[in-house]
Design a protein around this ligand. Structure first.
Ligand code: F3S
Length: 754
């Protein structure tokens, strides 16, 4: 294990550290003294403190040291802006950035890419220059989708990766523990702080038998989603095992892990096997495959490893499935689908079939899809529905161009889009139906929530394997079952489509296509980061001011929010996403979805200095300009939803001091602490009712100490005598420093400067 094997072919100084991992694991084994699952081995071998870390599934918070960080272009902007404000010369851990989310599908790959480069120029320039400056690998627009690039280049068995995108688990197809996180977590690892994860539970999926015919890897996860539902994997890692695992290609395993995000799983992964070795070899990483073989006994679960739940799937009996509409866990086997379409009145005509995305754009997927298209073309048939193909990477695109699948798709009537997310993330200028018109589409993607693909709430979006998508596109109808239903050829003769066939790996090797990677330059001091001061999409971050060391007296309540206040209420998505890299602009959405308990309305609060009602962000800005800090009062589970760090950055930017609630969603609570705010909870949740929106409060910040409550003195507006209530918090010593210094990053910067 002493060998120096590089993590990938792009970076010369980052190595796979199986030796350290096995040492850490030995320490944890001697403490736990029980068999471990594969994912447990990966996590525990990456512990910051294997001796002292408390380890209880579903209870403890693990402090981890990931091997890598990856960001996509939409989330990378704020992550890098924050990292910059820590004042470090380069990232502390290997990091890459991938341009894939901002390319809109309109007419086809080349033109769409050129247009995106123009529209997003300032964002791409910023990412390119900041990556060069801080030693981050940069994958330019056109290179492909983050998860495909990670699988092709960076994933390795037994590694721990965090990525600022929910489908990061795709790398589980190469036995990597790959977890989707928010930008704030990525910044921690870039800045060398340990990364915290609640110790997960483990769901085992035992695969037996072997797939054949029309069944493919996608059907395994479609079936699992049906069993576990969209919430079933919450707080758990899904680990596949059993003899069936070695019958699936590495990219097929990637597909399964990728869509594990749809059941809320922390991640999913497969144990290291020969199929992974073959994929590593095909992508010019045999040395990693050989190294993994020397560590193979730790790249699978121990005999007798205990799972919190086990489900079993016999692949020999598994039918192709179609999931949806509107939710990825409504799973219907193909033999029952036509019935379901009738029973539910789903629009029967299939308007569009879309293949590709990070979930299903491997060489195998493309080859199988093309084999169906070829069969159809040989019978004189083409796609009836509109048909699009999104290659997952430039390498896939170039390889299927060389090997003919791309031409087959075009002859079949397909439009080949840019190597990017495109319609999967709503980057789709769809023209064939009007907004509000009920219609059906089917894709090989992973998510199908209302409006996700085309912003039309009446679009019924289904997900299936690329094989099923191509077959249904050919028939133009949701009633078609290619396993049993015949089609008519150009002469009117009936025929049954042949089941798909296709190589898992290209026999002539991959064609890398155009070089779309930008390595950081060896000397980076002179690189200037491009941010135009007049940009409305990007803004450099100023460090937040340190705490003034005083109690905050007689300050207002900006809003007393009632009921659900999710991160969407605090920092809405949709059109605001455009401003992800511009804190001041995006702050204009702060809390605009929260319901004011005073009037039951959203985005209408009273400014106590003027007596006027105004929007929440405008009121906060007014207080800030007058030097008045403010607090928010919130209800139960405040900040649930996503890990979006903007929901914590915005109140801090607009002058907030504390968020006082009945309870917090934990990630949001931590994010608030990182930004130098005080997330506090009522010691007695009933005290929420004692405070009125127009009351003023004194917050005794000087009392902040580990394990001690803080005092809030309330001055009722109605003239009643002032009263005190107790507030709890979960700050530890280092986090108190964050508050005192103004933020976690200020603390890092201070440590760095000294
Ligand atoms: Fe992109 Fe869709 Fe995957 S948005 S990263 S292709 S889930």
């Amino acid at each position: 294990l002493d060998r120096k094997v590089r993590q990938n072919n792009q970076e010369s100084n980052n190595f796979i550290n199986y030796k350290k991992m096995s040492e850490n694991l030995a320490i944890v084994r001697s403490r736990l003294n029980r068999p471990l699952t594969f994912a447990e081995k990966i996590l525990y071998s990456h512990l910051d403190d294997p001796h002292g870390q408390d380890i209880q599934r579903g209870v403890s918070y693990l402090k981890l040291r990931p091997d890598r960080v990856a960001c996509q272009d939409a989330t990378a902007q704020m992550a890098i802006l924050q990292f910059m404000s820590a004042g470090m010369p380069s990232v502390a851990n290997p990091t890459t950035v991938h341009c894939d989310h901002l390319i809109e599908a309109q007419v086809g790959g080349v033109k769409d890419l050129a247009r995106a480069q123009e529209i997003n120029k300032e964002v791409y320039d910023f990412l390119s220059t900041s990556c060069a400056k801080y030693n981050i690998g940069f994958w330019r627009p056109g290179s492909g989708i983050i998860h495909q690039i990670l699988l092709e280049n960076y994933a390795f068995p037994g590694g721990l990766l965090i990525g600022t995108d929910s489908h990061t688990p795709n790398a589980g197809g190469l036995g990597m523990c790959a977890i989707g996180v928010g930008g704030a977590d990525a910044v921690d690892v870039m800045a060398n702080l340990p990364w915290e994860l609640k110790a997960p539970k483990f769901i085992g999926v035992k695969l037996t038998g072997q797939m054949s015919g029309w069944t493919s890897a996608k059907d395994i996860i479609l079936k699992v989603a049906g069993i576990l539902t969209v919430k079933g994997g919450t707080g758990a890692i899904v680990e596949y095992f059993g003899p069936g695992t070695s019958t699936i290609s590495a990219t097929g395993m990637g597909t399964i892990c990728n869509m594990g995000a749809e059941i809320g799983a922390t991640t999913s992964l497969f144990p290291f096997n020969d199929r992974m070795y073959d994929y590593l070899a095909a992508t010019k990483r045999s040395e990693i495959g050989d190294f993994a073989r020397t560590y193979a006994k730790e790249l699978k679960p121990d005999d007798g490893a205990q799972y919190d739940e086990v489900i079993e799937i016999n692949l020999s009996e598994l039918e192709p499935h179609i999931n949806g509409p509107f939710t990825p866990d409504l799973a219907t086997p193909i033999s029952k689908f036509s019935e379901a379409v009738k029973a539910n009145n789903w629009p029967e005509e299939l308007k569009v079939g879309l293949i590709g995305s990070c979930t299903n754009s491997s060489y195998e997927d493309m080859s199988r899809g093309a084999s169906i298209a070829t069969d159809a073309l040989n019978h004189g048939l083409k796609a009836k529905s509109l048909f699009t193909v999104t290659p997952g990477s430039e390498q896939i695109r170039a390889t299927i161009e060389r090997d003919g699948q791309l031409e087959t798709f075009e002859q079949f009537g397909g439009v080949v889009l840019a190597n990017a997310c495109g319609p999967c993330i709503g980057q789709w200028d769809r023209k064939d139906v009007k907004k509000g018109e009920a219609n059906s589409i089917i894709s090989s993607y992973n998510r199908n929530f209302t409006g996700r693909n085309d912003a039309n709430p009446a679009t019924h979006s289904f997900v299936a394997s690329p094989d099923i998508v191509v077959a249904l596109t050919l028939a133009g109808s949701l009633h078609f079952n290619p396993l049993t239903d015949k089609l008519k050829d150009k002469d009117g003769n009936e025929f049954l489509l042949s089941p798909p066939t296709g190589e898992g790996l290209p026999s002539r090797g991959y064609d890398p296509g155009q070089d779309t990677y930008q390595a950081p330059p060896p000397t980076r001091d002179s690189v200037a980061v491009a941010v135009s001061p007049t940009s409305d999409r990007l803004q450099l971050l100023e460090p937040f001011p340190a705490w003034d060391g005083k109690d905050a007296l007689d300050i207002p309540i900006l809003i007393k929010a009632q009921g659900k206040t999710t991160t969407d209420h605090i920092s809405m998505a949709g059109p605001w996403l455009k401003y992800r890299g511009h804190l001041d602009n995006i702050s204009n959405n702060m809390l605009i979805g929260a319901i004011n308990s005073m009037n039951g309305e959203a985005n209408k609060v009273k400014n106590f200095t003027t007596g006027e009602f105004d929007a929440v962000p405008a009121t906060a800005r007014d207080y800030k300009s007058k030097g008045i800090p403010w607090v928010v009062i919130g209800d139960w589970n405040y900040g649930e939803g996503s890990s979006r760090e903007h929901a914590a950055l915005e109140p801090r930017h607009l002058g907030g001091l504390a968020i006082i609630t009945r309870s917090f969603a934990r990630i949001h609570e931590t994010n608030l602490k990182k930004q130098g705010m005080l997330p506090l909870t009522f010691a007695d949740p009933a005290d929420y009712d004692k405070i009125q929106p127009e009351d003023k409060v004194d917050l005794m910040c000087t009392e902040l100490a580990v394990g001690k409550p803080m005092t809030l003195k309330v001055h009722p507006k109605n003239g009643d005598p002032a009263f005190e209530i107790k507030l709890n918090h979960t700050f530890n010593e280092p986090q108190i420093e964050w508050f005192k210094n103004g933020s976690a990053l200020n603390t890092m910067a201070k440590a760095h400067a000294s």
